[in-house]
Design a protein around this ligand. Structure first.
Ligand code: ACM
Length: 546
């Protein structure tokens, strides 16, 4: 069977029309490639002939019949690179997998006027090599598409390179999440942290507890954009069915992106407790759980009782089945005010029975209970940094540092692994500059937080040991959605900053340069334009929705 993949999008991106010939030298190439994230090592031979890229890349039937050829085809199909597999043309690709000395995500890519050689540690590395290839098309000195003659040796700085989607506040449609996954794959992200439960909405179907979505997915109203104290009077609701979740997870998996779900506990749980009040602290005065209609920290926590633990364990059993590849389940743990546990005789009784010092230790007890249950299901927990810093935690838990980069060091000293997502430079929901001229695009204001603000940081804190540094799994950008009701605004806030995060997480620190990134970013804007991404332009306007 011949598989054809159109040449048109990649040529259209360059403003060119297709023409015959392949596996032949191009005219000399003067234009630098503009790859993001920058490869760990890249030598390109400026002024030399490159690989003329004017027709679909041929993959012979022989190559297509090998596991390497199959993996290559699967990867190419997820890009705009034109190829034709199973035809009679001679191969231009040399591909090897399990190449010695390369990690799973590592690869080398060698482009000469007649060949494209890829050696990869594993299929993920081959996928990344193909993304690099897709970003490497330039114009030769005659204005025709070419791949520059070059040698790349590449592997990621960090194993965790993520973005977080907050579906609790506002939901993106499954197809919109897939679009984000495509963009993530193009920039070599490999973790999608999916924040699925919140005070303002429970978004994941759980068969055993249907009221979680019947009741917990609908709030009576939302705060008005621009005035968080006023309600808009309009109910908002929705959730992802288990089929939709499985579909998104499979789509991401095919792009070597692991989806890691988050189910918040003990706080940020108003919606679940509104659905099942018996799992909250029902013995306190004025107990009246509701799906929250305002933003901010709420007082409703799960009760620290066996009954609530068993409920959560049932929920997590279904969550584990929906996310079979994720070694981690994120269980939140942030912003859990202890007022209800102070008021609840039931909670106080647990403190006494378990010999705990206070409500912070009760939180730690709660988390250990859930950690034990998840361990029995073969999963490790991830939690926000309060988890370790309030009441102590087992070193096997992974901590997501968010309140300040300063929390990284004490958590590492406790022996935990960390993922960096500090508000200071990883919260991609803050405005990127002054308030945008379009009020609809306004978000949280806290000074200039454009891509330069993000890019200028070194995620590795000073003064840690090499062993501690080895426990920094990586970093991610968080796109909290209180003020992001749709994809257009999501893209406006995430792009181009997400590209800065991608490079910080992939490229060795000493290779990074703000000015070189600025140059490459300009070229990447052509790609984002081609994909109709509503990125924030340098003048602050939304690129598509103008
Ligand atoms: C958080 O921003 N509350 C993790």
């Amino acid at each position: 069977m011949t598989i054809r993949h159109s040449l048109l999008p990649v040529l259209a991106c360059l403003g060119l029309a297709p023409a015959p010939s392949s596996g032949a030298p191009s005219a000399p190439v003067m234009e630098d490639p503009a790859i993001v994230p920058l490869p760990a090592k890249l030598e390109w031979r400026k002024r030399e002939e490159g690989f003329a890229f004017t027709s679909p890349l041929p993959i012979s039937a022989a190559l297509a019949g090998t596991p390497e050829g199959q993996a290559l085809i699967r990867s190419l199909q997820k890009t705009d690179i034109p190829f034709e597999a199973g035809g009679s043309a001679a191969d231009v690709f040399d591909v090897s997998l399990s190449a010695p000395g390369l990690r799973e995500e590592g690869y080398t890519l060698e482009i000469t006027p007649n060949r494209i050689r890829i050696a990869a540690g594993g299929e993920a590395g081959l996928f990344h090599a193909v993304q690099t290839l897709a970003q490497s098309v330039v114009k030769d000195s005659q204005g025709r598409p070419a791949l520059p003659a070059m040698t790349i040796e590449d592997a990621p700085r960090f194993e965790w390179r993520g973005l977080m989607i907050d579906s609790g506040r506002y939901m993106l449609k499954p197809n919109e999440i897939k679009r984000i996954i495509d963009l993530m794959a193009h920039y070599k992200f490999n973790r999608l942290h999916w924040h699925l439960t919140e005070d303002q909405g429970w978004r994941i179907e759980i068969k055993k507890y249907p009221k979680l979505t019947e009741v917990g997915s609908v709030r009576a109203e939302s705060p008005v954009m621009g005035d968080r104290r006023r309600g808009d009077g309009t109910p908002y609701g929705g959730f992802y069915t288990q089929d939709e979740i499985r579909d998104v997870v499979a789509y991401a998996r095919a792009r070597y992106i692991l989806v890691v779900p988050e189910v918040e506990m003990p706080g940020h749980s108003s919606a679940a407790i509104a659905a099942y009040p018996e799992f909250g602290n029902a013995d306190i005065p004025d107990y009246n759980p509701r799906v929250a209609t305002t933003w901010g920290v709420k007082s409703y926590l799960y009760a620290p009782t066996e009954k609530a633990f068993n409920f959560l364990d049932d929920v997590l059993a279904e969550v584990c089945a929906l996310f079979p590849d994720s070694p981690y389940i994120h269980i939140g743990g942030d912003e859990a005010p202890k007022k209800q546990w102070k008021q609840s005789a039931m909670a106080q009784n647990v403190i006494k029975e378990q010999g705990l010092k206070d409500e912070d230790e009760l939180q730690s007890y709660f988390i250990r209970q859930m950690e034990k249950r998840l361990k029995a299901r073969g999963r490790r927990i991830i939690g926000w940094d309060e988890l370790q810093l309030q009441g102590g935690l087992d070193p096997s838990a992974v901590i997501m540092v968010w309140r300040s980069p300063e929390f990284a060091k004490p958590v590492l000293e406790n022996g935990n692994s960390i993922i960096l997502a500090p508000t200071e430079y990883c919260y991609l929901d803050y405005n990127q500059g002054d308030s945008p001229a379009r009020p609809l695009y306004d978000n949280i204001n806290d000074g200039r937080r454009d891509w330069r603000h993000v890019y200028s940081r070194n995620p590795v804190p000073a003064g840690i040991t090499p062993e501690q540094e080895s426990r920094i799994l990586g970093m991610q950008g968080n796109v909290w959605a209180e003020y992001i009701p749709n994809l257009l605004k999501w893209e406006y806030l995430a792009f181009p900053r997400a590209l800065a995060v991608a490079e910080m997480a992939w490229t060795p620190q000493e290779r990074r340069s703000e000015e070189d990134f600025a140059r490459r970013l300009q070229r990447q804007e052509d790609y984002l334009d081609n994909k109709k991404v509503n990125f924030r332009r340098a003048d602050g306007t939304p690129h598509i929705d103008r």
